[in-house]
Design a protein around this ligand. Structure first.
Ligand SMILES: Cc1cc2nc3c(=O)[nH]c(=O)nc-3n(C[C@H](O)[C@H](O)[C@H](O)COP(=O)(O)O)c2cc1C
Length: 180
């Protein structure tokens, strides 16, 4: 299904960051080449080592890290992506992209890519319901960005509400439709 497809995954700093591992594993097994960009905050939730082991590729976190060879990473990954999936996507990354902010490797690469970009949202329900976040989502949808809505369920903050990352199988099915 994913043979020869280059999928770039962005991982941001949410409690659901560990769930990206299963998705990366699945995409790899199905034949995709998976490159991963993690925000610095994502690295507080899961380690680049885990993601490098699962993806088989070096994880990019720091925009200003000296490259091993001449390769402007945010441009090369932006051009390479057949699909860009941000999982989980924080309120922060949505806010940054919606407002043209490119201040780290992930937001800069999203800004540079011409591929389809999918945000799989996950956040506390207060954040999700915040009008600013909702406006940012609406704006990005109008620009052609794709969204996988969060699910209802038990959130890390202890409440039962909408904000949980969608089930991995639903995220994968969404991606399958987009790359067809
Ligand atoms: C334990 C913990 C869990 C968090 N979970 C989320 C989350 O699920 N969604 C979210 O939008 N922010 C969450 N945050 C807040 C983000 O980490 C924070 O907004 C951060 O600036 C996001 O940075 P990034 O988008 O660059 O990764 C969490 C913070 C902590 C300490």
């Amino acid at each position: 299904m994913f043979n020869n497809l280059n999928i770039v995954i962005g991982i941001t700093g949410g409690i659901a960051a560990y769930k990206a591992c299963g998705i990366i594993n699945y995409l790899k097994k199905e034949g995709a080449n998976v490159d991963v960009i993690m925000t610095n905050n994502a690295c507080k939730f899961i380690t680049p080592l885990t993601i490098e082991t699962l993806s088989g590729n070096k994880v990019v976190c720091d925009m200003f890290e000296t490259p091993d060879y001449i390769d402007v990473k945010h441009i090369s990954l932006a051009n390479k992506a057949d699909l860009f999936l941000i999982v989980p996507a924080t309120a922060n990354i949505i806010g940054k992209v919606a407002n043209g902010i490119a201040d780290d490797m992930l937001s800069t690469t999203i800004m540079a890519t011409k591929s389809k970009v999918v945000f799989a949202l996950a956040m506390n329900n207060g954040m999700y319901e915040n009008k600013i976040v909702q406006d940012n989502i609406k704006k990005l949808k109008e620009y052609g960005y794709y969204f996988i809505e969060p699910a209802y369920g038990h959130l890390a903050c202890g409440t039962n509400a909408k904000g949980k990352l969608a089930k991995s199988e639903d995220i994968i099915n969404y991606v399958k439709v987009l790359v067809k």
